[in-house]
Design a protein around this ligand. Structure first.
Ligand code: SAH
Length: 380
């Protein structure tokens, strides 16, 4: 998955007691699920070769996990993973999908002569009742920078309710990465922001002159809004590998078999990255993820498969990378050490969106003073 066209509106209503916000299901459906009901969006995912090949190989190179087994596909969408599971020999596949896409999935299953094996159920996984526990849970739940959309919560819920004690998760592991990058986009964003500021001041003057109303009291909130939009919101990007100017660092590792919602609600950690480019401008950070299909220690895969969304010339994905830009960029050189304290939380207004803070120090290998900076970003 991975979708930018949803979730901008608040989807959660605060419980008001400082605890995790209670999710309003209708609002969540309107904002989040609606895009998945469109075939064009499912097609976006179905044409992502890196994504498709990884899941395809994971299933068909590890048929022993599927043959004769009960499988649960969490968020089946078009039904593709359920269909592959059945083709790999599953005895029964429960394919659960919250949106009307379930109708298309059912049709696809029938057209591929698998209706005896795959049962499509239109429901939220949280509400579903299955007649048995399953041997395998397969799901493609990853959003931008892994955790945007917070769908892994639903997979955890499914796992805790429906996976047999010796069951296997597909994928089994996930990791989040950050790396220092160079990019020209930050300069352009700053120019766009400055343009928006100028434009506002002209607007305030004109409105006073022509219409006799002083709008200047709105200057502060308007500029805050524009600043958030231009300078503090992370960007989708397909970075070229040579834009990565330092060693990528892992900021989170998730074992899909054991992780809890509490483990992923707040992602924080300290990492360090050595600059590898000769002389560069540190323009910001790139963030991406990978997932692995390893099975479990006592029931491993025969063939391990990796799905990575790292910067790549040839193998881009629809997830791309999230880019967090600094204004202005910082001067760095080979051997400098970037110390990063990373803190990511869910947005209070919408539990499917994220807020990230980078608290950094540049340790110059030259012995120059070590500048530090802190910046907050919104992943929307
Ligand atoms: N498995 C498909 C679709 C992945 S997109 C594929 O790999 O191509 C994720 C899908 O999960 C979407 O169709 C979305 O509507 C569905 N989904 C997300 N949360 C869900 C939940 N809690 N219950 C049921 N379906 C869910």
């Amino acid at each position: 998955m991975g979708s930018s066209s949803n979730g901008i509106q608040p989807a959660a209503i605060s419980s008001g007691d400082g605890a995790a916000p209670a999710v309003d299901k209708d609002v969540d459906f309107a904002n989040y699920f609606c895009t998945y009901a469109f075939l064009y969006h499912q097609k976006d995912m179905l044409t992502d070769r890196v994504r498709m090949d990884s899941y395809y190989n994971a299933v068909f190179q590890n048929k022993h996990h599927f043959a004769g087994k009960a499988v649960l596909d969490v968020g089946t969408g078009s039904g593709i993973l359920a269909i592959w599971s059945a083709q790999a020999g599953a005895r029964k596949v429960y394919a659960v999908e919250a949106t009307k896409m379930a109708d298309h999935a059912r049709e696809l299953v029938r057209a591929n002569n698998l209706e005896g094996v795959v049962e499509v159920i239109e429901a939220s996984i949280e509400d579903v009742n299955l007649p048995e526990k399953v041997d395998v849970i397969i799901s493609e739940w990853m959003g931008y920078f892994l955790l945007r959309e917070s769908m892994f919560d639903s997979v955890i819920c499914a796992r805790d309710r429906w996976l047999k004690p010796n069951g296997v998760m597909y994928p089994s592991h996930a990791r989040m990465w950050v790396a220092p990058i160079r990019s020209g986009v930050g300069d352009q964003k700053k120019i766009d922001y400055d343009g928006a500021v100028d434009d506002w001041h002209h607007f305030v003057n004109d409105t006073k002159t022509h219409y006799g109303v002083d709008m200047s009291v709105l200057t502060k909130p308007y500029l805050e809004e524009q600043k958030k939009y231009y300078l503090q919101t992370s960007l989708w990007s397909n970075l070229h590998p040579n834009q990565v100017i330092g060693q990528p660092a892992i900021i989170k590792e998730i074992d899909c078999l054991t992780s809890t919602v509490n483990d992923i609600r707040n992602v924080r950690g300290s990492v360090s990255s050595l600059i590898t480019a000769e002389i560069a401008r540190l323009c910001g950070f790139g963030g991406w993820f990978d997932v692995h299909f390893k099975g479990r220690d006592d029931n491993p895969v025969k063939q391990e498969v990796e799905l990575t969304t790292a910067p790549s010339e040839e193998f881009g994905t629809h997830w791309g990378q999230q880019v967090f830009l600094l204004h202005p960029p910082k001067r760095v050189a080979k051997g400098d050490d970037i110390r990063i304290k990373f803190d990511m939380i869910r947005s209070k207004q919408n539990h499917r969106l994220l807020e990230v803070e980078f608290d950094c120090e540049i340790r110059h290998s030259s012995g120059d003073p070590n500048p530090s900076f802190r910046k907050k970003f919104f992943i929307e």
